[in-house]
Design a protein around this ligand. Structure first.
Ligand code: SF4
Length: 387
């Protein structure tokens, strides 16, 4: 059965505050019955406050609206993010005064406040779920949509997958991309050829392994799978294989399933703000130009349906190519536009597929526009250039 995804579209008929995204967030919260569901609940609002001088994360105004709704419903809200981002959140406008509730480092000040969950997957035996997340009785997952260098797209699943785990688990999830072997040094004994392989990558994604003279290390984050290195590498010595890339996406789905398993059914809602979507994630500590057209704000009880809807809406328009940094390239124009940029093995839909297989929701959805614009008629304007 299809899940409902409530949508505040970026379109307006009039220049009216009631037709803007914060007002549409109110309508989404009403549709989700958030106030009716949080009485006496300890509600953790998981968001990413960004890093350094980034400014495209979810604006405090939107967060405040959710916090106020939780309080009006009789819940006790706290905002949680990872420790190093909470430390600098104040200069980006996120304070307990602006948000209306405390902001906690999810896994404590030393990343050592967590609950272990035994679930072996490749290099990860035990997952460390942040204490402030597991201690809560209700979850509001509020994510900003953007590109991501490891998996193409970061949204609601990514916000939980990395943001709800303590530091060691976050590192292990990134390391998991190296679990399946991709470099076979016995097939490439010549150091000059290894040097040529390194130099063949225009993105610096292949480097010398620091611990092993004959080893090469692939920075999967910088690799768009263009294949230039494979043209230099001796047969069988190097693999650019989907398995390494998909491992991160599968790990994200597993991590999310662990987090959601600690909340009773009906005790989690998910929101995504799809505006100012940059090529890479908000961890980078800066905001570059948007590369996708704004797609509005989305909310659902079903994280899988929500992500599918966000991806489908953002896939309707091509990349804004003039805003892509010149150090990146678009080498394929197939599938979701973020796939054009990050490569076919970082297909944004992959993590949604894994999440559905784990039973976190369904990719079938009904998109409910909370304030439809009846007809989109533009007044024609004659442009007279200044003389
Ligand atoms: S596939 Fe392309 S981007 Fe990836 S490491 Fe090889 S040369 Fe670099």
């Amino acid at each position: 059965m299809a899940s409902k995804v409530f949508w505040g579209s970026p379109r307006q008929a009039k220049l009216d505050a009631n037709e803007t995204l914060p007002a549409k967030l109110d309508l989404i919260l009403e549709q989700l019955h958030l106030r009716d569901r949080v009485k006496d609940e300890l509600v953790v609002l998981k968001m990413h406050t960004g890093s350094n001088i980034g400014y495209s994360t979810v604006h405090p105004l939107f967060v405040r609206k959710v916090v106020d709704a939780i309080k009006e419903g009789g819940g006790q809200p706290v905002v949680a993010d990872i420790e190093w981002d909470v430390k600098g959140a104040e200069r980006r406008g996120y304070t307990s005064e602006t948000l209306g509730c405390p902001i906690y480092p999810a896994a404590g000040l030393k990343e050592n406040y967590f609950y272990p969950h035994h679930r072996p997957y490749k290099n990860i035996e035990e997952w460390h779920l942040a204490g402030a997340i597991q201690d809560a009785t209700f979850l509001v997952n509020f994510a900003h949509a953007k590109g991501h260098p490891s998996c193409g797209y970061g949204g609601a699943i990514k916000n939980l997958a990395l943001g709800c785990m303590a530091g060691k688990t976050r590192s292990a999830m990134h390391d998991a991309m190296h679990f399946d072997p991709y470099w076979f040094p016995e097939k490439c004994p010549d150091p000059a050829v290894r040097k040529a392989i390194i130099e063949s990558c225009p993105f610096g994604a292949i480097v010398q392994d620091r611990e092993n003279e004959s080893g090469l290390h692939l920075h999967f984050e910088g690799c768009n799978q263009c294949g230039r290195c494979l043209q230099v590498a001796p047969p069988g010595s190097l693999k650019i294989d989907p398995v390494n890339f998909h491992t991160f996406q599968e790990a994200c789905a597993i991590s999310t399933s662990i987090t959601l398993s600690t909340f009773e059914p009906g005790k989690a809602v998910h929101l995504v703000l799809a505006t100012h979507m940059t090529p890479v994630c908000d961890c980078f500590g800066f905001t570059s130009m948007p590369i996708l057209r704004d797609a509005g704000i989305f909310g659902s009880d079903d994280i899988v349906a929500l992500e599918q809807a966000v991806l489908d809406e953002t896939a309707k328009y091509p990349l804004i190519e003039e805003n892509i940094p010149t150090s990146m390239e678009v080498h394929t124009r197939v599938g979701h536009p973020l796939r054009w940029l990050h490569g076919p093995y970082k297909d944004p839909y992959k993590v949604v597929e894994y999440a559905e297989k784990l039973g976190l929701g369904t990719r079938e959805y009904e998109l409910v526009d909370v304030l439809p614009v009846a007809s989109f008629q533009r007044t024609s304007v004659t442009y007279i250039p200044a003389s």
